[in-house]
Design a protein around this ligand. Structure first.
Ligand code: GDP
Length: 313
């Protein structure tokens, strides 16, 4: 069993590779829910949705979010009615939020609602939200607090950030199955997701970081930083804010207490020579996922180099 901790964008591309390398029933995804928010009154889970669409082969190829070939009639109608528009929801995507809303209103937990949705989409991999509790990633700016989606989508991460806080994290428990999956995994992987706002909230759920440190499974992470920049998004600025160098070494430091292998880009191979972060080993390969082939190769390299770490000890 391979357990993958993941956010949305980088994680969804990585999931598309993994599902072609391993049987789906051997994959468990533990997904960030700190980005979850209500939109037009509906519960939206952006990272759960991206992973779900990736595994159902529904993810839009051009946009990297939402459903391939979706239309936006409802969005246009909502605009005419004066509703906010900055978060774009396609018509088929909307069906997922409606269904999730119905299941939650009927008393199901987020993890039970996720099981229902993935079953109906005939996904064989297991998708677990990090928690069933409400945890909100709040971005602190000079103008006040924003939800993650307000910061990321509405403000296009162009506002200065003073801090990040995870509202509700102290009371959160890992969703059913999360700790057991980590404890009994053969391999644990961290997707090339934003360390601070995608993987960070998962690690902050009480018990998860400890389970990663204690699992007998080797743990590997793919760096979302290539050279001194994030491949996309605000990971660089947010890492800097936490006092971390914006580099694969900075990613390794953030995960050092439980990480065995950091899968970094081949362009960073010379910079990483001689670098030492606890017992973390660096494995350099091509990590940019442009084509399906890139995704498959990265997935294979991540699984193999992490498995190897256990053999080497
Ligand atoms: P979010 O929830 O939408 O923010 O998505 P993630 O956290 O899963 O993904 C965003 C992260 O993925 C960013 O930090 C990017 O640098 C990283 N990323 C995106 N595409 C790639 C890629 O092709 N290769 C690597 N190594 N990282 C990537």
């Amino acid at each position: 069993m391979i357990v993958v901790l993941t956010g949305g964008t980088g994680g969804a591309k990585f999931a598309q590779g993994l599902m072609r390398v391993l049987p789906a029933r051997e994959l468990t995804f533990v997904v960030n829910t700190g980005d979850d928010f209500r939109w037009w009154g509906l519960p939206v889970s952006p990272d759960l949705d991206s992973i779900t669409y990736a595994l159902a082969d529904l993810l839009s190829r051009d946009r990297g979010w939402g459903v391939e070939g979706d239309t936006f009639h409802c969005l246009e109608a909502m605009e005419r009615l004066g509703a906010p528009m900055w978060f774009r929801v396609g018509d088929r995507d909307l069906a997922t939020h409606l269904m999730r809303g119905q299941l939650l209103a009927a008393g199901k937990t987020l993890s039970a609602a996720t099981v229902e949705i993935t079953r109906r989409l005939e996904i064989e991999a297991r998708i677990l939200p990090m928690t069933d509790a409400r945890v909100e990633t709040r971005i602190l700016t000079p103008e006040g607090e924003l939800s993650f989606e307000e910061y990321f989508v509405r403000e296009r991460y162009q506002v200065p950030v003073e801090g990040v806080r995870l509202k509700g994290i102290e009371m959160a428990q890992p969703a059913p199955g999360v700790l057991e999956a980590i404890e009994t995994a053969d391999v644990v992987l961290l997707a090339p997701s934003n360390p601070i706002t995608s993987i960070g909230p998962i690690l902050a759920v009480p018990g998860i970081r400890k389970a990663l440190a204690e699992t007998p499974a080797p743990v590997g992470a793919v760096s979302p930083i290539v050279g001194s920049r994030a491949v996309s998004g605000p990971a660089g600025a947010l890492m800097q804010l936490q006092g971390l160098p914006v580099s694969p070494e900075g990613v390794a430091r953030f995960y050092a207490d439980f990480l065995d292998v950091l899968i970094a880009d081949e362009r960073d191979a010379s910079a990483l020579r001689g670098v030492s972060v606890s017992d973390v080993r660096f494995h350099c390969t091509q990590t940019l996922m442009k084509s399906l082939d890139d995704k498959v190769q990265l997935a294979r390299a991540a699984v193999e180099s992490t498995r190897q770490a256990q053999v080497v000890g």
